[in-house]
Structure formats: structure tokens, C-alpha cells
Write a protein that binds this ligand. Structure first.
Ligand SMILES: [Fe+2]
Ligand SMILES: [Fe+2]
Length: 195
């Protein structure tokens, strides 16, 4: 959107812009999810990410149906918010050492993505209704429902086991690291010749 262009004037324009935003976001999520499937070591979490990858492909298809109903070509508009959320997820995943703590980090990152999608779809459903497009609202609502269900499922997995396991395993790992560092320091001290 340029400084002097008035691309968004009406609510229809705003709706279309936001639709393009979530279309871009869904495509970025589709690209990011295989990496999350790979990194997750908890089998239930891995399965959950795999399932959501299939659902995400469905979300993109439904958005394409929305574009078609509006007689527009499916098009994305760069969304710095989702790019930032995904970048941050990759960054933190690269910094976590323990596998179970990484599972907890992946859940947190995925929930940030889901919450972004929920806010976008919530808005789009409300606007579609205001614009008198119940047919479009219905499609968007189907996506919204799956995002909410995914978010709930992630909360369930985290609370049921991952958070607790991550707490225990993270501490155990830290203890080992400290012990190793102390051993290394002791070996080094022994190796230093006295003057
Ligand atoms: Fe989605
Ligand atoms: Fe999602």
C-alpha cells in the first residue's frame, strides 16, 4: 500500500485486504509446519502438527473459495505479524537444548500462530456478516472453528504432560551440564603445572 494510494476506502476494501493477509499467513504456516512436525519429539504433539498441516491446506482451499465467491483472484498481501511469529518460533527452537523443553516451546509458538489466526478469522466472520455475505462467513467460520479446536488441543497436551515433563527433564539436563563443567574445570586444574 503506497503513501498516496487510497487502496482501502470502503469496508469491502478492508475486508479484501484482511482476507489477503490471512491468505498470505496460511501459506506461510503451511511452509513452517513440516519443520515443527520434524522438531516435535512427543508422538501426540507430532501427530497434532501433522493433522493441522492437513487442516491448513484445507483452510487455504476454503479461502480460495471465498475469493471465488467474491469474484476475485486469490492473492496474498505480506503480513509482517505472521512472519515475526514464525521467525521468533524458529529462533527459540534453535536455542532450546532439551527435547522436552523444546516440545513446550513448540506448543507455545504454535499457540501464538493459532491465536493470530483466531483474531483474523473472528474479524473476517463479523465483517462478512455485516457486508451481508452469510455464505462467505460460513466458510470463514469453518476455518475459525478448526483454529480454536487446535488451540484447545495444544493447551490440553501442554497441561496433561509436556509442561511437567519439560520441568523435570530440563532440571536433569542442567544438573548434568553443571556436573560436566565442574569435572572439566577440575581436570584442567590438575593439568596445570605448579611453578
Ligand atoms: Fe489456518
Ligand atoms: Fe492454524
Amino acid at each position: 500500500m503506497g503513501w498516496f494510494s487510497e487502496d482501502i476506502v470502503t469496508m469491502e476494501d478492508l475486508f479484501q485486504h484482511t482476507l489477503q493477509d490471512i491468505y498470505y499467513a496460511e501459506n506461510q504456516i503451511q511452509k513452517a509446519l513440516p519443520d515443527m512436525v520434524e522438531k516435535a519429539t512427543d508422538p501426540e504433539l507430532k501427530r497434532g502438527f501433522k493433522k493441522h498441516l492437513v487442516e491448513t491446506k484445507g483452510h487455504i482451499k476454503r479461502l480460495e473459495q471465498v475469493f471465488k465467491k467474491l469474484k476475485k483472484q486469490p492473492k496474498g498481501t505480506k503480513c509482517p505479524a505472521i512472519d515475526g511469529i514464525i521467525d521468533e518460533a524458529n529462533e527459540i527452537a534453535g536455542e532450546v537444548d532439551d527435547k522436552m523443553v523444546l516440545n513446550a516451546a513448540l506448543i507455545a509458538a504454535a499457540q501464538a500462530v493459532e491465536h493470530y489466526e483466531i483474531t483474523r478469522y473472528g474479524t473476517l466472520v463479523a465483517w462478512a456478516r455485516t457486508l451481508g455475505r452469510a455464505d462467505v462467513a460460513k466458510l470463514l467460520e469453518a476455518n475459525l472453528k478448526q483454529e480454536k479446536a487446535t488451540d484447545k488441543k495444544l493447551t490440553g497436551i501442554a497441561k496433561k504432560k509436556i509442561n511437567r515433563k519439560a520441568l523435570v527433564q530440563g532440571h536433569a539436563k542442567k544438573k548434568k551440564m553443571v556436573a560436566r563443567a565442574e569435572r572439566d574445570a577440575a581436570t584442567l586444574a590438575v593439568g596445570i603445572p605448579s611453578i
